[in-house]
Design a protein around this ligand. Structure first.
Ligand SMILES: CSC[C@H]1O[C@H](OP(=O)(O)O)[C@H](O)[C@@H]1O
Ligand SMILES: Nc1ncnc2[nH]cnc12
Length: 290
């Protein structure tokens, strides 16, 4: 058994969480640069918690510029075991309506201007992301969402786009009609891939804010409407987060899906060929294995 520490990465419109005991904003330094902001630490119902605003307080980082590696490294360094991403998203499905929550379980990664791995020359690793989210953590999110009276859809494919502009009508229709995507956002990749490399369980709760641009009865997406929908649903999100500690518990059994052992057979570089400088940077991410 290890000690659970749940991290919430808050997306657009979510810049803090309330109700933590012994709460404190802490600065965490990482070999990958500064995280998006300080991290709010504390506990909830006897379980250690951490909260990181993905875009920084005041929304300073664009989706491309979010320091994804530093964020995941900083959470790992704080002893986080489980990461819950809370994000705004557009919907490609009529029944996934604004105000609903979707527990995403698959991604199509169309981002192209971000660092996507902690590994590289001097320490090459290939982890599986066939199933990029953790079913155990997603179960807890679904239960917590239902208890909070949220309309919650279990499972969905999230198209991760580079942004910062929203999609064209042709892209929106292609993702929906030909690629089978359910929702769209700009941030869950490479975050989910990096969480897997860091052996962290990762679940994604996508809060539907709009119908992107495909829907004939809805206008084009705009940020003001997105934030208004998010603000209207903030209370639901807060209620969901509050019941997670009790559902997950303070003592943590190994992940039955192996998220916490993802690096076990992933590193290919021969021990004598590994770059000591890169290994030093990997102290938090891969210290268990290298
Ligand atoms: C506010 S509109 C677009 C912006 O919102 C989403 O951010 P997050 O995933 O952090 O909630 C989306 O991915 C875009 O970055
Ligand atoms: N339609 C959309 N496209 C990309 N990111 C979003 N975040 C919220 N709505 C979005």
């Amino acid at each position: 058994m290890t000690q659970t520490r749940i991290a919430v990465i808050g997306g657009s419109g979510i810049y803090d969480i309330d109700g933590l005991e012994h709460s404190e904003w802490v600065t965490v330094e990482t070999p990958w640069g500064d995280p998006s902001d300080q991290i709010l630490t504390g506990s909830l119902n006897g379980v250690d918690m951490a909260f990181l605003p993905r875009h920084g307080r005041g929304h300073v980082h664009s989706p491309t510029e979010v320091p994804y590696r530093a964020n995941i490294d900083a959470l790992k360094r704080l002893g986080v075991t489980d990461v819950i991403s809370v994000s705004a998203c557009g919907s490609f499905r009529e029944h996934m309506a604004p105000g609903d929550f979707v527990i995403v379980d698959q991604f199509i990664d169309r981002t192209f201007a971000r660092d996507k791995s902690f590994f590289g020359t001097g320490c090459v690793a290939h982890v599986s992301v066939a199933h990029p989210t953790c079913p155990r953590l997603s179960d807890a999110c679904e239960t917590a969402g239902m208890a909070a009276g949220i309309t919650i859809h279990r499972g969905g494919t999230y198209l991760a786009m580079e942004g910062p502009q929203f999609s064209t009508l042709a892209e929106s229709k292609m993702y929906r009609e030909h690629w089978g995507c359910d929702v769209i956002g700009m941030t869950n990749m490479p975050e989910a891939k990096l969480a897997r490399e860091a052996e962290l369980c990762y679940a994604s709760i996508a809060m539907v804010t709009d119908y992107d641009s495909w829907h004939p009865d809805h206008g084009e997406v705009d940020v003001t409407a997105i934030i208004a929908t998010l603000t209207g649903n903030a209370e639901k999100g807060r209620a969901l987060v509050k019941s997670l500690p009790t559902l997950l518990g303070a003592d943590r059994a190994p992940c039955p899906h192996g998220c916490d052992r993802a690096l076990e057979f992933a590193i290919l570089t021969a021990p004598e060929k590994r770059d000591p400088a890169l290994l030093a940077k990997l102290d938090a991410i891969a210290g268990r294995i290298i």
